[in-house]
Design a protein around this ligand. Structure first.
Ligand code: ITT
Ligand code: MG
Length: 197
C-alpha cells in the first residue's frame, strides 16, 4: 500500500483523517511517528501555510505528504482568527484559551456568522511543481457558551442551525462528511483518482 505522511501534529485532525482514510487504499503516517519537526507557518494565507507544511514533511521523510491548513473565519471580526486560529489565545496553543478569546472578542455582537475553511495540499515530493490542492468550507453560527464534548478546537462554539447541534455534539460519522476537512478531502481524492500518487 502506498504511504503518505500526514504533515500535522494536531491530535483532532489526526483522528479525523484516520477515519476519513479508513476506506482509502493509502497508508497515512502522522509526521510525529517519523520524527518530523513542526514546520514554520509564517504566511498570511492558508494555501501558503499548507504548502509549507507539506513540503517540509516530504523533504524530511522522502515520502509524499498531505497537509491541512485550516481555521475559523468570523466576518464580524474581519476574518479573524483565520490563519491564526491555532494560536489565537497565545502560545502555547490551547483550544480552551482560543475559545475564551473568541467569546471575549465577539462580546454581545449579534452578527455571529462564522465558517471553517480548510486547504489540503498533497505533494508527491518536496519540490513537486504540481501539488494537488483542494479546499472546503462549512458555515455556522457562534454560540455564547460552549456545548458538547466531541471534536476539537472551536467545535463547542460552532453551531450548525440545520442540525440543531454544535460540531462538538456531532459524532465523527456526522461531522466528517459535511466538514470543511471532509469536503476538501473528497475533492482531493477525486483529483487523485485521475492521477497517481
Ligand atoms: O498545523 P498542524 O500541525 O496541522 O496543527 P494546527 O492545529 O496548528 O493546525 P492549523 O495551523 O491548520 O490551525 C488550525 C486551527 O483551526 C481550528 N480548526 C481547524 N479545523 C477545525 C475543526 O474541524 N474543528 C475545530 N477547530 C478547527 C483549530 O483551532 C486548529 O488548531
Ligand atoms: Mg499549525
Amino acid at each position: 500500500m502506498k504511504q503518505l505522511v500526514l504533515a500535522s501534529n494536531n491530535a483532532g485532525k489526526l483522528r479525523e483523517f484516520a477515519r476519513l482514510f479508513a476506506q482509502v487504499d493509502i497508508e497515512l503516517v502522522p509526521q510525529g511517528q517519523l520524527g518530523v519537526s513542526e514546520a514554520e507557518e509564517p504566511h498570511c494565507t492558508f494555501i501558503e501555510n499548507a504548502l509549507a507544511k507539506a513540503r517540509h514533511a516530504s523533504r524530511a521523510t522522502g515520502l509524499p505528504a498531505l497537509a491541512d491548513d485550516s481555521g475559523l473565519c468570523v466576518p464580524a471580526l474581519g476574518g479573524a482568527p483565520g490563519v491564526y486560529s491555532a494560536r489565537y489565545g497565545g502560545e502555547p496553543k490551547s483550544d480552551a484559551r482560543n475559545n475564551e478569546k473568541l467569546l471575549a472578542e465577539l462580546g454581545q455582537s449579534t452578527d455571529r456568522r462564522a465558517f471553517y475553511y480548510a486547504v489540503l495540499v498533497l505533494v508527491r515530493s518536496a519540490d513537486d511543481p504540481r501539488p494537488l490542492i483542494a479546499e472546503g468550507r462549512i458555515d455556522g453560527v457562534l454560540l455564547y457558551a460552549p456545548r458538547g464534548e466531541g471534536g476539537f478546537g472551536y467545535d463547542p462554539l460552532f453551531w450548525l442551525p440545520q442540525l440543531g447541534k454544535t460540531a462538538a455534539e456531532l459524532t465523527p460519522e456526522q461531522k466528517n462528511p459535511i466538514s470543511h476537512r471532509g469536503r476538501a478531502l473528497a475533492a482531493l481524492l477525486a483529483r487523485l483518482a485521475e492521477e497517481s500518487l
